[in-house]
Design a protein around this ligand. Sequence first.
Ligand SMILES: Nc1ncnc2c1ncn2[C@@H]1O[C@H](COP(=O)(O)OP(=O)(O)O)[C@@H](O)[C@H]1O
Ligand SMILES: [Mg+2]
Length: 153
Amino acid sequence: MSVRILNEMRLDFPAIAENEGFARVVVSGFMLPLNPTVETLADVKTAVSEAVTNAIIHGYGGERGTVRLHGVYTTEGLLYIDVIDKGRGMADVERARQPFFTTAEGEDRSGMGFTVMESFMDQVEVKSAVGEGTTVRLIKRVELRDEALPRRA
Ligand SMILES: Nc1ncnc2c1ncn2[C@@H]1O[C@H](COP(=O)(O)OP(=O)(O)O)[C@@H](O)[C@H]1O
Ligand SMILES: [Mg+2]
């Protein structure tokens, strides 16, 4: 059986700290038809928070910019959330993903954001180019219950 998209959303918002909470609520609402467990919901919200905070703080670094969320879940029971910025990007993604690596020492950053994303999601893919921006793809297996599937009109 081929994989079908069950639900999809796109959202653009300005890169301001207030929108971190907004992104968490949006992702919760998007996942609602899946009837997720409290734990799954908390895991995804935590990972999204980390990625959105990174886009705002590191990607745009206080400059104006737009953060995009793109969410999909499929008949395979996979949830994908892309967090996209067109900010400064990273020269060395592997290095940035190391636990405790941060370029924002003294600003109360722990360098554990990517480690948190990896521990709460099943897979984390990062694409980045200096001066072009960063896309973080967060992937998690979600249980598909019959009654949770969106119905066709
Ligand atoms: N969206 C992004 N754009 C540019 N650089 C980023 C982005 N996300 C992460 N980084 C870089 O990766 C480093 C590690 O990120 P992270 O693990 O979340 O730790 P922290 O945010 O505490 O520094 C950051 O310090 C930053 O240099
Ligand atoms: Mg971080």
